[in-house]
Design a protein around this ligand. Structure first.
Ligand code: HEC
Ligand code: HEC
Ligand code: HEC
Ligand code: HEC
Ligand code: HEC
Length: 373
């Protein structure tokens, strides 16, 4: 026992000498060691299926983003303020967080979807934010989470789905795309005279994110004997738009309070309309000041209004919009007018995304409702 005590005493003295030595003769600090390799993700604290830690990139410099004093690497703070003014931040639909909605309406659901996991119901979810479109901690930069082409449901019997491939716009189309519809129109019956379609859904349309289809010039109902040729605008094939997609118009340098940048708006109260994206080389004249190019928006609104009156007179539009009763339409192809109405209406660009397409669909729908073909 005595031996053990002696050894203990010796160790205590030795520790004291070492510590004193450290304090007394501390040399200059050596360079900081490299960050260790990322540890395995822990199971504790992570609710499987809800969150999974994407981790931090090795050697990541936190201050290249989290440094409000000199935020010049990525200008992250500015992006945050612009985003805060966007509908992504404050549109209020993050509560649409059920298993079939969360992939587009919440950051958590989108991250899950993009990681190939089953999207689950979310509680206290956050709206479409930085970590939806980027994965800054995992990547150490702001590269986009999604860049490959996106499949868009055609929602017509016998018509194959479409492939949307517009560069950076592919990220947008991952959410701004149609959802499926069970009662479908069949374009091969566009001249049939006595078949029927029964619409019971109050949401008989391709949801709200139809901008991707509209830009491509797809997703509208066409009749074999229609009176107006259906074509697409320059926007559909422009090489600049093919490369940058939606961002070329929606994410120009931010201005006012706010348009452009991460606000993704085309107008700000302070500066009015933002036509910077329109004036990209090879597109519109640099003198362009209005988004209502050649009165495109005015014409689209007129056509939408005319069609809406015709659909209301037939008793159809209120049925679909308010869901008061089921409606049976004979022949089925006439319902194409309802379909086209909601496609153009939900696109929300007043025809700007694809003026020729939007308005030729509307004109044919009006003519169809008037019995002109
Ligand atoms: C490439 C940019 C980037 C880098 C580098 C970065 N972050 Fe972040 N981080 C962000 C962004 C963007 C957010 C989202 C919130 C915001 O806008 O501030 C964020 C949020 C956070 C948050 C808040 C999380 C929350 O739930 O609100 C913490 C904590 C954080 N980062 C820590 C770190 C640490 C620690 C490092 C370094 C190991 C780091 N970050 C490196 C971009 C970055
Ligand atoms: C993770 C899904 C998601 C992605 C990715 C996404 N959006 Fe959105 N976006 C939404 C949702 C959901 C809304 C509606 C938000 C609300 O009202 O709460 C929205 C709203 C918008 C609005 C405002 C619409 C209005 O009614 O005023 C614009 C503009 C917009 N997005 C453009 C874009 C662009 C451009 C991109 C690509 C750079 C993009 N979005 C990527 C989901 C997404
Ligand atoms: C494929 C992506 C996607 C899915 C899945 C999705 N949404 Fe949306 N939803 C969007 C986008 C994008 C918008 C915004 C479009 C815009 O403002 O132009 C939107 C808009 C909405 C709006 C706002 C409409 C308005 O008038 O402003 C509601 C409400 C909504 N969605 C409900 C739902 C519900 C409920 C579900 C699930 C049953 C769902 N969404 C699933 C993409 C999606
Ligand atoms: C709806 C999708 C979306 C959301 C949400 C989003 N971003 Fe972005 N972000 C983009 C796109 C698209 C680009 C590329 C724009 C371009 O190249 O024109 C981008 C670019 C950036 C850049 C410039 C990157 C560079 O290398 O120059 C920064 C910084 C950035 N985002 C930060 C943020 C921060 C911070 C947030 C959250 C407050 C955020 N983003 C939220 C889509 C998004
Ligand atoms: C050629 C330029 C251009 C392109 C490309 C473009 N947009 Fe737009 N977008 C506009 C204009 C202009 C408006 C109308 C803005 C207004 O009324 O203030 C608009 C309106 C919208 C709106 C409604 C916004 C609101 O505040 O009501 C959404 C959502 C939207 N675009 C999403 C997209 C998506 C997603 C893409 C890519 C699939 C896209 N846009 C491509 C120019 C463009």
């Amino acid at each position: 026992m005595k031996g053990v005590t002696t050894v203990k005493k010796f160790l205590t003295v030795l520790t004291a000498i070492v510590l004193l030595g450290l304090i007394a003769c501390e040399g200059p600090a050596g360079p900081a060691g490299k960050d260790g390799a990322k540890g395995a993700d822990g199971a504790k604290g992570l609710d499987a299926g809800f969150v999974y830690f994407e981790g931090f990139k090795a050697d990541i410099k936190c201050a290249s983003c989290h440094n409000p004093d000199t935020d010049t690497t990525f200008y992250k703070a500015a992006a945050t303020f612009q985003w805060a003014a966007s509908k992504h931040a404050n549109g209020g639909t993050a509560f649409e967080s059920g298993a079939s909605c969360a992939e587009c309406h919440t950051t958590e659901g989108f991250v899950q979807k993009m990681n190939g996991m089953t999207v689950t119901q979310k509680t206290n979810a956050s709206p479409v934010g930085c970590f939806a479109c980027h994965s800054p901690h995992k990547n150490g930069d702001f590269q986009l989470r999604k860049s490959t082409a996106v499949t868009l449901f055609s929602n017509f019997t016998g018509v194959a789905d479409y492939t949307f491939d517009y560069g950076k716009g592919n990220l947008c189309a991952q959410c701004h795309r149609p959802r499926t519809q069970t009662v479908k129109l069949d374009p091969s019956k566009s001249t049939a005279t006595n078949d029927t379609i029964k619409i019971t859904s109050t949401r008989w349309y391709s949801h709200y994110g139809v901008q991707s289809q509209m830009l491509m010039g797809k997703g509208g109902y066409e009749w074999a004997n229609q009176t107006n040729v259906v074509s697409s605008s320059f926007h559909t094939t422009s090489t600049s738009i093919k490369a940058d997609g939606c961002t070329i118009c929606h994410m120009t340098t931010a201005q006012g309070d706010y348009s452009g940048g991460h606000s993704m708006k085309l107008e700000s109260e302070e500066e009015g309309q933002n036509t910077n994206g329109c004036k990209v080389s090879g597109c519109h004249a640099t003198t362009l000041t209005s988004l209502d190019y050649k009165s495109a928006m005015t014409i689209t609104h007129k056509n939408l209004d005319t069609l809406k009156v015709l659909l209301a007179t037939a008793g159809w539009i209120d049925t679909v919009a308010n869901g008061t009763k089921a409606v049976t339409i004979t022949p089925s192809n006439k319902a194409g007018a309802i379909w086209n109405y909601f496609l153009v209406e939900h696109d929300l660009s007043s025809g700007i995304h694809n003026t020729a397409y939007a308005n030729s669909l509307l004109r044919n729908s009006i003519a169809k409702m008037r019995g002109q073909f």
